[in-house]
Design a protein around this ligand. Structure first.
Ligand code: GRF
Length: 210
């Protein structure tokens, strides 16, 4: 049996430079379906200054511990309740989330309503440094993956995966720079489909669109 999971109020979580977060905001603005807020866990993130200029609240809750930060998660959940946020888009959010936190974003069918973009062709290279690991292993293909987040690290259902040839890149940094642009485009196309058509659950398998 097929079941549609429609998209809803969402927030973006980020830690770093924020190219994916800004790309998502650009797509959201085109559809007038703005994120309720952007949450960063590092006060140095350039998003702290750039996001409010787009008339979107940017909240900063600094993380202080390695691994799961319970205090951060408690405050993040309070924010989500305040803004009635049901979906999270992780965009370069470099913090492990607890199973309890992740499971609180499951819908009634048990489908995760948290998305993540990961810089490798999962299941290869979960964790940090996906491009670097593929580059150092001299993989012929590198790539990125957009997936639903489950409590197990970087292993939830895959919505989109894009690979590219290593050939032609002189250095790892050149390769990352070029392919971050492709990440931005991939995440934008996923968000567009999610807003327009949601997800489909069919015989336990989740896919993007209908
Ligand atoms: C991206 O490479 C993304 O795949 C990974 O973290 C990086 C974030 O980049 N999860 P940015 O902050 O969105 O520019």
């Amino acid at each position: 049996m097929k079941k549609n999971v429609s998209f809803g109020n969402f927030a973006i979580l980020a830690s770093g430079t924020g190219t994916n977060a800004l790309a998502l905001i650009e797509t959201a603005r085109e559809s007038s379906f703005l994120p309720s807020f952007v949450l960063v866990n590092k006060k140095e993130s350039p998003l702290v200054d750039s996001v409010p200029l787009l008339n979107i609240p940017c909240e900063c809750i600094e993380t202080k511990t390695k691994g799961v930060d319970e205090e951060f998660e408690k405050k993040a959940l309070e924010l989500c309740q305040k803004y009635e946020v049901k979906w999270l888009l992780l965009a370069g959010f470099l913090k492990i989330l607890s199973a309890e936190f992740v499971n609180s974003f499951k819908n009634v069918e048990g489908v995760s309503q948290i998305l993540n973009i990961h810089p490798s062709l999962l299941p290869k290279y979960p964790g940090l440094g996906g491009y670097k690991k593929a580059w150092q292993n001299e993989d012929q293909f590198l790539g990125h993956t957009i997936h639903l987040v489950t409590p197990e690290l970087d292993s939830g259902p895959i919505l989109l995966q894009k690979e590219f040839r290593r050939e032609g890149y002189e250095s790892l940094s050149e390769c990352i720079e070029e392919n971050k642009k492709q990440e931005n485009q991939s995440y934008q196309s996923v968000l567009k489909l999610l807003m327009e058509k949601g997800l489909t659950l069919s015989d336990g398998v989740i896919s993007l669109g209908d």
